[in-house]
Write a protein that binds this ligand. Sequence first.
Ligand SMILES: [Zn+2]
Length: 125
Amino acid sequence: MHELSIAKSIVDSVLASVAERPSAAIASVHLRIGELTDIAADALEFGFSVLSRGTRLEHTTLRIESVPIVTRCNACRQTFTVEDYLFVCPACNSGDLHMLHGDELEIDHVILNEPDHPDTNHPRK
Ligand SMILES: [Zn+2]
């Protein structure tokens, strides 16, 4: 499954990015996913929950922000949001479009709980 390999790379890269903060709890991971990517958010969340088991991400919340498709018309320079995958300029009907947003697949940010906060200081067994 496509989403499973994406979830794997997200888990790997978040774990790598927090490797230098071994005592911090990872509260949430925030993703930005463009509508063009054809990624099913629920399948990605499922893959993340499976792959994060037994890792530092086991109790981490995955938050997915959907990024709309935004293009600029090469003919009239109008910038617009594409609705229903209709890739035609609403101003001049040109199909010559330059993609600005919508193909994102990125980790926007990761929220950590630092251990110096008394509520999040859980000694390991
Ligand atoms: Zn146009």
